[in-house]
Design a binder for this molecule. Sequence first.
Ligand code: SAH
Ligand code: SF4
Ligand code: F3S
Length: 474
Amino acid sequence: MNNIENNMPPLQEPDRQLYFIEKCKELVAKKSEELGRPLRAVTHTLGCQMNARDSEKLMGILEKIGYELTEDEDSADFVIYNTCTVRDNANQKVYGRLGYLKNYKKKNPDLMIAMCGCMMQEQVVIDKIKKSYRFVDLIFGTHNVFKLAELLYERLNSDTMIIDIWEGTNEIVEDLPVDRKYTFKSGVNIMYGCNNFCTYCIVPYVRGRERSRNPEDIINEIKRLVSEGVKEVMLLGQNVNSYGKNLENPMSFVKLLEEVEKIEGLERIRFMTSHPKDLSEELIQVMKKSKKICKHLHLPLQSGSSKVLKAMNRRYDKERYLSLASRIKEEIPDIALTTDIIVGFPGETEEDFEETLDVVSKVRYDSAFTFIYSKRTGTPAAAMEQVPEEVSKDRFQRLLKLVQTIAAEECNKRVGQVEEVLVEEKSSREGMMSGRLSTNNIVHFDGGEDLIGQIVKVQLLEAKGFYYIGKLVK
Ligand code: SAH
Ligand code: SF4
Ligand code: F3S
């Protein structure tokens, strides 16, 4: 007799979670009958694409358990916050929300509140929640997202806060339900964690060591997604260029891309994020000849000063970055380059900052995410000499202005062109739809909702900073 017949939870995953999903389902159905209405759940996601993908997994499990997914927190019976801790303002947002949730709980004593994601991997955060936010029901971290059903079942059968945080893991649990936000595009994790330890960054501490998924699992997942109607995938990892190094049979990212390219029915391939230190000539060549890889590369610069880059432990310098960027543009002239930049890293002088402006002027990014350095406890940079806030703020404004001016100029260059657009949703502009170009820019154009999920041709009529107004070409 196996464990399920025995009514004992199986030890193997994902069977164990499927067992707990069924168990929770019974409890949720009972409660829903009592209330005479469905139970509703809402997930709030902060942070990057990894978190967005994790949230789709959480929602998949909740839906399977019988919750109706909603975006309205007011009427929810279960609220999950999937948190980010990359900069301090992300944390402050969460504490602000927790203050609110306390009131909701007074109105609806049955309300369940769960906290998960990167912030929960920090002991100080757990201590603070235990002390100041006792009403939280469930806390878990980044390594055990797949355990939601088991933890929820545990909470439904007890009346204390459940906390389950893993320090790290080698386990990759797959084949659980996923509720995708879009029917026509999807993120696909190719690796988890990060080994780079840039000195400002907390990600390696909260996401653990680098682990690559098996290529067969990735390919099979994408094939399944395509059979469900997905046209575009975004391969996700903190540093996709080092994919496959720790596999039993090592495999390069370039090889993986070649395999993904072969999948019939898949039309577009994107990936995030590329670390400049590992970006190879082969990758440039594969992007150049590919019919499916989008004309967009996100290549985080962080700083233009070789001295600061060294202190950041980025393992490339200004010259290497510039030559890489010009090599890419030489081979793929119509590519859009985007980046991440930090200002006010400890020890950054005015001259260092000017080196950053210099790189921005030379590379001419199509868009850039700019950040003021945020001190993260436990990272090496936290112990270095900090730049005064006013100085950072001033540099930030100057950088932003330059980035925006150049992005607008680059955007303008495509006006008049006819581009392929994957139509995503109704635009916020009355009567229009919005979609993305291969370069990842958004375009708003005339069209009906029936186009959602289709790739159509749009002529770019007007550039608006980093997005366009266009016209459907029939
Ligand atoms: N793995 C990706 C980055 C993930 S974090 C990479 O290496 O490119 C996303 C961005 O947040 C980083 O590129 C960096 O620009 C920014 N960031 C990370 N830590 C930060 C900090 N302590 N302060 C300000 N910005 C930070
Ligand atoms: Fe953070 Fe650097 Fe890893 Fe990116 S590569 S997640 S910036 S440590
Ligand atoms: Fe934030 Fe975690 Fe992503 S810290 S940026 S959500 S990996």
